[in-house]
Write a new protein. Structure first.
Length: 64
């Protein structure tokens, strides 16, 4: 008489490692994407501040 555990199909370690590798690659890609998006957001914010300051400086130089 076989137990319930023995009746379940066995997954090969190679398949489990392959799935773990794919999950790891997807997680790494998402993490890299988030880091790039964060850096881009900071860059755009800094660039916007620089442009506004440049416009204010130019207006001050022309009109005052």
């Amino acid at each position: 008489m076989k137990s319930e555990v023995e009746m379940q199909p066995h997954h090969t370690p190679i398949l489990r490692k392959a799935v773990a590798g794919v999950v790891l690659l997807v997680a790494a890609a998402l993490a890299i994407s988030l880091v790039i998006a964060f850096v881009k957001a900071i860059f755009v914010t800094v660039l916007t501040v620089v442009v506004v300051l440049a416009i204010l400086w130019a207006l001050k130089t022309i009109f005052w």
